[in-house]
Design a binder for this molecule. Structure first.
Ligand SMILES: *Cc1c(COP(=O)(O)O)cnc(C)c1O
Ligand code: SF4
Length: 464
């Protein structure tokens, strides 16, 4: 073994068992051993919801992350297992009836398809609005919304080691080809990046690109080290594998190859950042999760954390404070707190913006400066990423103070603007401008940006 690999080894590794990757979906849900603890009615509800929303979990999560003594309140259980209230009562009842009378799979699939259409499968106009064009051809699997950063969705990475019940990319998992954003065209990516010297960041995302074999990842990433792509200084990889399958970085067959790939990129002068999706400090407690973090950091890659604020999982300040503190201790840099997107099971998870800001502020006030690098709560909406900066009174009117963290027009970024305070609003499109104004400052310009691309689709141009 090379000395590089020895460097990545750690005594604790001896205690970390490798385990086969055993996956469960809606089809074999009944075989998950600890579900025998639940009542038959609870298992039925789970089956009904899992036939509409994507469900996938694995043995590591079941055996090591979920505390079955605390089910159904356990946060990791809520993160991965379907709950009845994730569907609205009417949708639930329609699907439950099919299951009660033992309907054929095809009939269940058809109703599932209908019900999904009611769940806003592509929030923020992801498909129509942000697809780049090269030589007049729209490029599949790329998204270029903010000047500096291109998103790339590699075909082999359009799934995850398990699925989050609140996933905003869920439409990509449910097998509806028309809804998928995907590409097997690494060449197109390279052409596009060569033609766009304003792009400093490539963000590889999915699904989870870490489900890919290292040799596939290398096919996409190695060419970025060429001199003509020197302007692409940062390679970010969005992943939840540090939670759902940390073995990917520790003892999977190609784990060492992956670390050496990351190290080559770092040595070639790239800033490599794993954008780790975390929702709770419990995800970082197991020895294998900690070893994965340690090994990635040993390559010179950074780990930054981001994740949504969710009812039933992490809607209290202490959970966020402890999560950020744990991350800083482990060398992870807190980056974003997101608002739950307006899609899928949002009815179950959403938290009012006013409450989200209180949680953020309260958590921030409990941690040291090194953990105050997380921005938020932030909404990824059509016009950009909008952060709730606070609630205040201006000349007798209670308002939200807002700013763009990212905007369709970079000139919108960091300009404070104001919305009427609304205790129940959960998303940008619920907010009205303060001080009796008719529109937010960006609305006309945003409509103009969208108009040429959204012919016949004008209903979708609202703020968010
Ligand atoms: C968040 C996001 C990015 C990255 O923005 P940063 O502010 O650089 O983290 C890029 N593209 C899209 C579509 C995003 O939502
Ligand atoms: S890790 Fe991300 S893409 Fe995968 S299921 Fe969770 S939210 Fe969705």
């Amino acid at each position: 073994m090379s000395s590089v690999l020895n460097f990545y080894r750690h005594e604790a590794l001896q205690e970390i068992k490798s385990r086969p990757f055993k996956v469960y979906t809606e089809r074999n849900l009944e075989q998950i051993p600890p579900l025998a603890r639940l009542s038959e009615a609870q298992r039925f509800e789970m089956k009904v919801v899992a036939s509409v929303l994507p469900f996938r979990v694995n043995g590591y999560i079941i055996d090591e992350l979920i505390d079955w003594e605390r089910v159904p309140d356990d946060p990791i259980y809520q993160l991965t297992f379907p709950q009845r209230d994730m569907l609205d009562p009417d949708a639930y009842e329609r699907m439950a009836q099919l299951h009660r009378r033992g309907a054929e799979r095809a009939e269940i699939a058809a109703l599932a398809q209908t019900l999904r259409q009611g769940l806003n499968p592509h929030p923020a106009g992801q498909l129509e609005l942000n697809r780049p064009v090269l030589n007049g051809q729209p490029l599949e699997g790329l998204q270029h919304k903010y000047r500096e950063t291109v998103l790339f969705f590699p075909t082999q990475g359009q799934t995850c080691h398990a699925y989050c019940t609140f996933c905003f990319r869920w439409a990509q998992f449910v097998g509806d080809k028309a809804l998928r954003i995907a590409s097997n065209q690494g060449d197109e990516l390279l052409h596009y990046l060569r033609a766009h010297s304003e792009v400093t960041d490539l963000l590889m995302t999915g699904g989870d690109p870490m489900v890919m074999k290292t040799r596939h990842l290398a096919q996409y990433l190695e060419p970025l080290m060429a001199p003509e792509l020197d302007h692409v200084q940062t390679i970010r990889i969005g992943t939840k594998a540090l939670t759902f399958w940390p073995h990917r970085f520790v003892n999977d067959a190609d784990a060492d190859d992956l670390l050496m790939l990351l190290e080559r990129l770092v040595k070639a002068g790239k800033h490599v950042a794993l954008m780790a999706h975390y929702n709770h400090w419990r995800e970082m407690e197991t020895p294998v999760a900690r070893e994965a973090i340690r090994r990635i950091r040993a390559t010179g890659a950074e780990i930054r954390s981001q994740g949504p604020l969710l009812a039933h999982i992490n809607d209290d300040a202490d959970t966020w404070a402890r999560m950020w503190q744990t991350q800083v201790r482990l060398g992870i840099i807190p980056y974003y707190m997101f608002g739950e997107r307006d899609t899928g099971a949002r009815r179950y998870f959403e938290v009012p913006l006013a409450r989200a800001w209180e949680i953020y502020r309260d958590a921030m006030s409990q941690v040291s400066g090194l953990a105050r690098t997380a921005r938020g709560p932030s909404m990824s909406a059509g016009p950009g990423k909008v952060e709730i900066q606070g609630v205040t009174d201006i000349h007798g009117e209670k308002v939200f103070v807002l700013r763009f963290i990212q905007g369709r027009n970079p000139d919108w970024v960091q300009r404070p603007f104001f919305a009427r305070y609304d205790e129940t609003a959960t998303w940008l499109n619920h907010l009205k401008p303060a001080f009796g104004e008719e529109k937010f400052f960006f609305e006309d310009e945003y409509a103009a940006i969208n108009a040429p691309r959204l012919k016949g689709n004008a209903g979708k141009t609202g703020p968010g």
